[in-house]
Design a protein around this ligand. Structure first.
Ligand SMILES: [Zn+2]
Length: 111
């Protein structure tokens, strides 16, 4: 994964963001191993969703979650892409055994 350290992307207050498989990291911030696994899972999701549909689906699901739960950070954690990435970010071998579209299994209603 390409990592670009800079002072612009992401906004201040955030550590990193994965845009189209490129990881942008705030200068002076480290990248933990589990963060790399997490972002690599997102890159796999993006590829299978042809990138554009990943962002469209992500936005729609976040909005639905926001209406459902009322808080932006809860909406974020309940996006199915995030559920899969957080669930497996400490499993270094996950991507080698991951099935395509595995995030679909996290679409089920949350508590
Ligand atoms: Zn994530």
């Amino acid at each position: 994964m390409i990592i670009i350290y800079n002072n612009i992307i992401p906004f201040k207050g955030f550590r990193c963001i994965n845009l189209f498989g490129v990881l942008f990291v705030r200068k002076g911030m480290g990248v933990y191993k589990h963060t790399m696994v997490h972002e690599s899972i997102h890159t796999a999701q993006m590829k299978e969703m042809l990138y554009v549909f990943f962002y469209l689906w992500y936005a729609v699901e976040w909005l639905v979650n926001l209406c459902r739960y009322g808080k932006s950070h809860v909406a974020y954690f309940y996006v199915s892409f995030e559920c899969e990435a957080y669930r497996h970010q400490y499993d270094d071998d996950y991507l080698s055994q991951r099935r395509r579209y595995a995030w679909i299994h996290y679409l089920t209603p949350k508590p």
